[in-house]
Design a protein around this ligand. Sequence first.
Ligand code: MF3
Ligand code: CO
Ligand code: CO
Length: 313
Amino acid sequence: MFSKSIMKSLNYKQLSFLKNLWSKKKVEHGKFSIVVQPGKVSPQKKVPDHISKPSYYATGHPTEFIDHPEIKNLEQIQKMRNSCKLAANILKKVGSYVKVGVTTDDVDNFTHDLIVSSGAYPSPLNYKNFPKSVCTSVNNVACHGIPDDRKLEDGDIINVDITVLYNGYHGDCSKTFLVGNVDDLGKELVKATETCLEEAISICKPGVKFCKIGERIEHKAKDLGFTVVPAFIGHGIGHYFHGPPDICHFTNDYPGEMRAGMTFTIEPVLSTGGEEIVILDDGWTAVTLDFSRTAQFEHTVLITDTGVEIMTI
Ligand code: MF3
Ligand code: CO
Ligand code: CO
């Protein structure tokens, strides 16, 4: 999820200018191809009548609303388990589909069809007018990349973020995949990001403050030589796609603590460079200001009586 507190918008010309500056500075961010301009986006898909739709399907505006972190009962938890399991299974299949030469639009088609044929709705589709069914973020795209006609290249890293709405509940997860031969820095970044997510999950249990997650992630990221991109935060999830609590991935003083029955996501984005991002003209694609690469991993978790359950596994 995007936190509005850090928001800048640059157009293609301004970005090309920065890209020039950046290459002259010869900052060492590894060997990879920089994404500057979004490609061609194919027409928006329809979802068949028999699939139940979220509030925003026709309007783009979600109306599901909650004002405090929800404690789910057993029936709700079971529904969350089913949605999360579905999202995780689909992410696994998409992971083996990702390869050199496949476009991110192909990834979107593949994912959309899998979700719909499972009887679920692809949550991103028309959520706040997002035009596609999945987010695909390549190299220096930090988050919310829109699938387009760009072919995956040898050495790319790509985050695929899948959310499904199944039986009235959303399940949300993402991984960053290596495409072909990725350089060492890219591989280290991807591994470090997954480690940060795992460490954060390991401290979750009833009574722990939400803000402890960010502290843990920031320290670990620094230890491993990477930077947390603060604009992207985890979120409560349920019959709503995004709700309280906010889960910051950096040192913070967000109030409140974990209780059994809460479900939320943890989804850190780490970069090899700075922490700043800009949003492209499409209103979604977030790229790093210094064109450094980023990776992201996400799980939906449940706080249990004694600890934590990773739901998207
Ligand atoms: N799945 C993303 C998250 O983890 C949200 C994507 S919103 C969309 O919060 F509209 F871009 F799909
Ligand atoms: Co997600
Ligand atoms: Co999320």
